[in-house]
Design a protein around this ligand. Structure first.
Ligand code: ZN
Length: 281
């Protein structure tokens, strides 16, 4: 794997290898590193995983705007993951006249629209007795269930990018498993890169996925620097065996990240924003 610096403007195409570009790596309230949103790039295909409140601004900083984004996947409804979606929808419909694609289940489509997007997006038009709906702004790619155990795995394709989606254990803090948690998902890309997105420390998930997909090369894992709460506590992640920590980059971190030294603690390090992770080099 090679880490390459951004050359002024973010490009959404590459030579065909799998690349991650972190638009940001910050936690929900971080101010130093935008928010933990990732662009997956492979050949002529790309996928934006999450679009937080700061995402349109971050993309503008990298030289592109939200209308350049053709495919999205949303992991859950916190503002640092969906706050920029209203702008994406409105820019697409009224400025660029393009309709992006979203990889989304029917279950989450309803939640995302009814509980979050509807207020800002539904009422800009009224036609044939109806206001606008999700499908007026996005094409839906519906993932299909391919495996029921250890937890349900759903699969979708965006061009050549293979996406596997699974539920995570994020909120509320009191939930004992992903089944008791509100909708949140993580993704596995091309059976190579595991990104659980926001989750509490969940060894079942990590071990289960590594067992089911021994081809996993790297894990980009959520972290926080205090116990409890709804993210993975740094010192809990430190209890993972060295062979797992060595392939694990930490992301979604607070501005006080310098209090820990992940490389010294056996991790691959902190994920960096604004660089390309080229997994084929
Ligand atoms: Zn969250």
């Amino acid at each position: 794997m090679k880490i390459e610096n951004l050359d002024k403007t973010l490009t959404l195409e590459n030579n065909g290898g799998l690349t991650f570009f972190f638009v940001g790596v910050g936690s929900a309230f971080a101010k130093a590193h935008f928010q933990n949103n990732i662009l997956v790039i492979k050949g002529f295909d790309h996928l934006l995983i999450d679009c937080g409140t700061l995402c349109p601004y971050a993309l503008w900083n990298y030289g592109i705007n939200t209308s350049s984004i053709k495919n999205l996947l949303i992991t859950h409804s916190h503002a640092d993951h969906i706050g920029g979606l209203e702008e994406v929808a409105l820019m697409g419909r009224y400025i660029s006249k393009t309709k992006p694609t979203m990889v989304i289940s029917d279950e989450y489509k309803k939640i995302l629209w009814e509980q979050s997007l509807k207020g800002g997006n539904a009422y800009s038009e009224y036609k044939n007795g109806e206001y606008l709906g999700f499908d007026d702004y996005f094409y839906q790619i519906k993932p299909t269930l391919i495996n029921k155990k250890p937890r349900p795995i759903y699969q979708a394709k965006v061009g050549s990018i293979d996406i596997k989606m699974f539920r995570t254990m994020h909120i509320p803090e009191t939930a004992k498993s992903w089944k008791e948690s509100f909708y949140s998902i993580g993704v596995l890309i091309d059976d190579r890169i595991l990104f659980p997105s926001d989750t509490r420390f969940d060894p079942d998930l990590i071990y289960g996925m590594l067992e089911a997909y021994p081809t996993i090369e790297y894990i980009f894992h959520d972290c926080q620097f205090y116990p409890g709460g709804v993210h993975a506590y740094y010192h809990d992640l430190k209890t993972l065996p060295p062979e797992i920590r060595s392939k694990m980059f930490l992301c979604h971190y607070g501005d006080n990240f310098s209090q820990e030294n992940p490389i010294k603690d056996g991790f691959a390090g902190y994920a960096q924003q604004g660089v390309y992770y080229n997994f084929n080099e």
